[in-house]
Design a binder for this molecule. Structure first.
Ligand code: THU
Length: 162
């Protein structure tokens, strides 16, 4: 028996003011996108903004539905939109943030497992690590240098391709 260890490093900044100008601008786009979320059931507004390798920024926000599982997280709305409109352009960075009508979010949002899985596949598809910026309404900001760091041992099976 061998023990395999999985480690990943996350950069923690005290606030968004410590980020570089490009990252601050992307996070601001994510915050703006979150304002347009359709979240009448959770009142939890998530915004995502992706910077593609060609400099284009694509945004998304969570879209809920009365049949709850039919809704979609902000990250997947954004990355599927990028995949649909810029199918051959890799994603460089994704900023994700949230705000709640019910409480103050003072720590970084942690993306759900399904979004990690989807982003991990686009990371492999693009052949380039996707940086991830995670923030709440206030407080610390995390930067992760690749989705594979947030989803080690992710399911991938190139054999499934026809
Ligand atoms: N949500 C996201 O959009 N992204 C996440 O990473 C976590 C959760 C949304 C889904 C739902 O509309 C609301 O937040 C509450 O779970």
């Amino acid at each position: 028996m061998k023990k395999l260890s999985i480690t990943s490093t996350i950069e923690e900044y005290d606030s968004s003011a410590e980020l570089n100008a490009d990252d601050q601008a992307l996070l601001a786009k994510a915050k703006d996108a979150g304002k347009n979320a359709y979240a009448p059931y959770s009142a939890f507004h998530v915004g995502a903004a992706l910077r593609l390798e060609n400099g284009v920024i694509v945004t998304g926000n969570n879209q809920e539905n009365v049949a709850y599982p039919s809704g979609l997280c902000a990250e997947r709305v954004a990355i599927f939109s990028a995949g649909a409109n810029y199918p051959n352009v890799a994603v460089n960075t994704i900023a994700i943030t949230c705000a709640s009508a019910k409480f103050s979010v003072n720590r970084p949002l942690s993306p759900c497992g399904a979004c990690r899985q989807v982003i991990a596949e686009y990371e492999r598809k693009g052949g380039k690590d996707i940086r991830i910026i995670l923030a709440g309404e206030t407080g610390a900001v995390y930067i992760v240098s690749a989705m594979k760091d947030l989803l080690p041992l992710s399911f991938e099976a190139d054999e499934l391709k026809a």
